[in-house]
Design a binder for this molecule. Structure first.
Ligand SMILES: Nc1ncnc2c1ncn2[C@@H]1O[C@H](COP(=O)(O)OP(=O)(O)OP(=O)(O)O)[C@@H](O)[C@H]1O
Ligand SMILES: CC(C)(CO)[C@@H](O)C(=O)[O-]
Length: 311
């Protein structure tokens, strides 16, 4: 059996942290954009001799990568009781190969930990005939993120589309999102990204001083975007949040300030040393003419306005 799940990357522009004793209700509000790059998780059963003990093999882009197996292993751990409840035991009749094809930088603000966990939960639900809905699988992924400190609102965002505002926190089926509308569904805008390094999400969202600062400015931007839900205001709020929280370093700020001159808006992807900008196609020519930008090899993506793809 083989199942493939594509979960888009979520780039959060600004956020505020919502603590709750119930991890399904813990999460973040804020706003972000889904892009057509992300993670395709492929899970397949591999026949081996009946007398051999079966195992789960995890790969990142086809390679063994112990540093980045934690997200998948934690997802399986959280899913296991559901499998046992459904079939009386957790038994592998064949080897399971879980391969995450990741086409964005890991640990750099693209929500890849959420994409990997969400794809694993959906895929294993099918392999073990759990018949989980996407929201139920998303709750498994959300619990994984919250337990590992690798994210708060990415999974909820990934159940939405395009550019979305997280209006209430929590796992899918509990948290709520509103989509920022555009007459063309933003089909004619592009997302430019460039990563200069990782930020360990947990080191930021679990730091009391950082949390206080994030919530101070995240709540101000939340009110602003709800009062004026436009693509331009999303980028303006993201920029002001990244600057006022002190999360954006001088290197990123210099590039972002240049990008702002020739695009709809630019800021820092939360949480990674990554710049992101939303641009019209004709803005690419202006970037190529900018002495400070023309040498930067931006990755160009489109806004993702579809559901998670399951084949
Ligand atoms: N399969 C995986 N995908 C992404 N991150 C992983 C994975 N496995 C382990 N990690 C590690 O988990 C930590 C959390 O990743 P992190 O959440 O910071 O990255 P991200 O999800 O890509 O970005 P962000 O959550 O900031 O948007 C990182 O140190 C990363 O290397
Ligand atoms: C906390 C966070 C910014 C880390 O990527 C993200 O999980 C989010 O938007 O909640």
């Amino acid at each position: 059996m083989k199942v493939s799940i594509f979960v888009p990357s979520n780039i959060t522009g600004f956020f505020s942290i919502k603590e709750d004793e119930n991890p399904l209700k813990k999460g973040s509000c804020g706003a972000g954009v889904l892009i057509d790059s992300g993670v395709k998780t492929i899970i397949q059963t591999l026949k081996k001799g009946d007398d051999e003990n079966h195992q789960i093999q995890i790969r990142i882009n086809g390679k063994k990568d112990p540093k980045n197996e934690l997200i998948t292993l934690k997802t399986i751990e959280i899913l296991k009781p559901h499998i046992i409840k459904n079939s009386g035991k957790f038994e592998l009749k064949d080897d399971l190969l879980i391969n995450h094809e990741i086409n964005v930088p890991v640990g750099s603000g693209f929500g890849t930990s959420a994409s990997c966990s969400f794809g694993t939960a959906i895929g294993l639900s099918k392999i073990f005939n759990l018949n989980l809905s996407n929201n139920q699988a998303g709750q498994i992924a959300h619990l994984t993120e919250v337990e590992l400190g690798s994210g708060l609102g990415d999974v909820l965002s990934q159940t939405s589309k395009g550019i979305m505002i997280r209006t209430s926190p929590g796992a899918p089926g509990i948290g709520k999102t509103n989509i920022i509308r555009d007459k063309n569904n933003f089909s004619d805008v592009l997302i430019l990204t460039k990563t200069f390094g990782e930020i360990d999400t947990s080191s930021i969202i679990e730091d009391p001083k950082m949390k206080k600062n994030i919530n101070k400015f995240g709540l101000i931007m939340q009110e602003r975007i709800i009062n004026n839900p436009t693509i331009e205001n999303f980028m303006d709020c993201s920029y002001e949040f990244a600057k006022k929280t002190g999360l954006m370093n001088k290197e990123l700020l210099k590039i972002v300030n240049e990008l702002k001159k020739c695009t709809i808006g630019a800021s820092m992807a939360m949480l990674g040393n990554t710049v992101f900008a939303i641009a019209n196609k004709e803005d690419l020519g202006k970037i190529q003419k900018s002495d400070n930008l023309k040498a930067i090899d931006f990755k160009i993506s489109k806004i993702y306005n579809d559901n998670i793809k399951i084949d």
